[in-house]
Design a protein around this ligand. Structure first.
Ligand code: BGP
Length: 495
């Protein structure tokens, strides 16, 4: 007999504002960096577009380690296509979309607030009322269907002004702006929102270092990555404290980009390097946010880059006073670690980079499919921290086909989700305190890495292509009806 999910376990789905809302310049919303990022595909990178003070325009690929030239400002250029500007227009369709979520039986819905709807520049005295009203509308709609919102406060779309005029998270001042933003939304939505996540995939700053060509990872670049992260840890800790002060029922979590790292061989050198990789890529953030202090191995990591961070006594106190209540993570892809420089790092999926695993299958976008790794990861986390855990992103990006009769047959997605839900059941059997599962992109939306529409995750198909052409109508995929059954049976019926 299959293990039963605990009674309080919630089923739902996940999105992020910048990937679904569209309406990028509506009702006073300010620009974010993603608004100046073009669309791409699996072979072409997304570009950041900019203007120089003399009006000259250009573009760079930040993923490839390219930096904006001195004096350049990110800008929206006339002849470029920016998929996030329109996305799937959730800003105007949220009532229809939430109704579909309710039809599937969602009990929880992960979404994010776009900071620049609330504070268009990030440094204003007063919030933008239209932005506050929009999210109130969304939360009230969710409440109508008894769907619990799970809200990410910052999901890859901080106000551009903070980035350009203040230096973003390099500057301590951003912590104060973030705190003010948190105070505003915690107060405004008191009683409507109980679950908050402070930063999406907070470890991405460290993971990105792995993707950069080695010559770009200078001491300066590494310092920036770890210092930014430190400021975010402090900001997160302040947010946790504040949330509890404003509403003692609030539950605040960290959100980590989760992945398994396997030793490529059973050589002790691979094993040790794998342990170090888990520490640097994953536990560095989780340990600091859950335990309220940097772990013992942090100094070794800083030493490998030859960096020294600006961490004050007050910061340490703040971290201690703002431990998260909840551990949440995304989980897509796993890879292998090898101490042998000749082993290619040919397995990249989401922000995980390493050698391909010969035991696994890979998606059309080259991301590994590894349900067993999810059970392993859950065990690792729960036994490390013993606080409640949520899987807040997971899923298969695939190129679905809308048939003439309006159906979409996606057995590959059902198979993927079945394997991953079985892993959740396994983790419950192993004793983990699992609170929720919100598969990513429950409705098709813009891909973060490629900016495509073609890379679809949803139970709901959205009729738009990579250039934003289409009717924008919603269609139920086969997986929609399947997930509805899974939820109705509380995870018992996965057939
Ligand atoms: C995570 C992000 C999401 C989401 C997901 C899937 O890193 O938190 O925003 O997009 O990855 O990635 P992609 O859209 O690139 O397929």
């Amino acid at each position: 007999m299959r293990t039963k999910f605990p009674e309080n376990f919630m089923w739902g789905g996940a999105t992020a504002a910048n990937q679904c809302e569209g309406a990028y310049d509506v009702d006073g919303r300010g620009l974010t960096a993603i608004d100046c990022t073009t669309g791409a595909d699996v072979n072409t990178p997304r570009y950041v577009t900019y203007r120089m003070p003399d009006g000259a325009a250009g573009r760079v690929s930040e993923m490839a380690g390219e930096r904006l030239p001195e004096g350049a400002k990110r800008a929206v250029l006339k002849d470029c296509y920016y998929p996030n500007h329109q996305a799937i227009d959730f800003y105007h369709t949220y009532k229809e979309d939430i109704k579909l979520f309710a039809e599937m039986g969602f009990q929880i819905f992960r979404m994010s607030i776009s900071w620049s709807r609330i504070f268009p520049r990030g440094d204003e005295e007063k919030p933008n009322q239209a932005g506050l009203d929009f999210y109130r509308g969304v939360f009230e709609e969710l409440k109508k269907y008894h769907i619990e919102p799970l809200v990410t406060i910052s999901h890859y779309d901080d106000p551009l002004v903070l980035e350009e005029e203040y230096g973003g998270w390099q500057n301590r001042k951003t912590i104060d702006f973030y705190e003010k933003y948190c105070r505003t939304i915690f107060t405004e939505y008191k009683g409507l929102v109980k679950y908050w996540l402070t930063f999406n995939e907070i470890n991405s700053a460290v993971l990105m270092l792995d993707f950069l060509p080695k010559q770009y990872v200078t001491r300066e670049v590494a310092t920036q990555a770890f210092q930014k992260l430190h400021h975010q840890f402090v900001a997160s800790a302040r947010a946790v404290k504040l949330a509890h002060e404003i509403d003692k029922d609030c539950v605040v979590g960290c959100m980590i980009c989760g992945m398994c790292k396997y030793p490529y061989t059973c050589s002790p050198a691979d094993m040790l390097l794998t342990q170090q990789s888990w520490q640097q890529m994953i536990h560095y953030c989780g340990d600091t946010m859950v335990r309220g202090a940097y772990p013992a191995y942090a100094a070794r990591i800083w030493n490998t880059y030859g960096i020294a961070l600006d961490i004050t006594k007050e910061d340490e106190e703040t971290l201690k006073a703002g431990k998260v209540d909840l551990y949440t993570f995304s989980y897509y892809s796993t890879s292998c670690v090898s101490a042998d420089e000749n082993v290619a790092k040919d397995g990249a999926g989401n922000l995980s980079l390493g050698a391909k695993n010969p035991y696994l299958k890979y998606s059309e976008w080259g991301w590994s499919i590894d349900g067993t790794g999810l059970r392993y990861y859950l065990n690792e986390i729960y036994n490390r921290y013993q606080i409640p855990v949520m899987v807040v992103e997971n899923g298969l990006g695939a190129a679905d086909v809308l048939e003439e009769d309006g159906t979409v047959h996606d057995p590959y997605r059902i198979a993927y989700l079945r394997e991953n839900i079985e892993a959740l059941a396994g983790a419950v059997e192993d004793g983990g305190d699992l609170l929720a599962y919100t598969p990513w992109g429950c409705i098709d939306l813009i891909s973060a890495s490629t900016g495509e529409m073609k890379k679809r995750y949803g139970f709901i198909y959205v009729d738009l292509d990579n250039q934003g052409h289409g009717s924008n109508k919603r269609y139920r995929k086969d997986s929609f009806y399947w997930y509805q059954k899974v939820i109705a049976s509380h995870g018992e019926d996965l057939d």
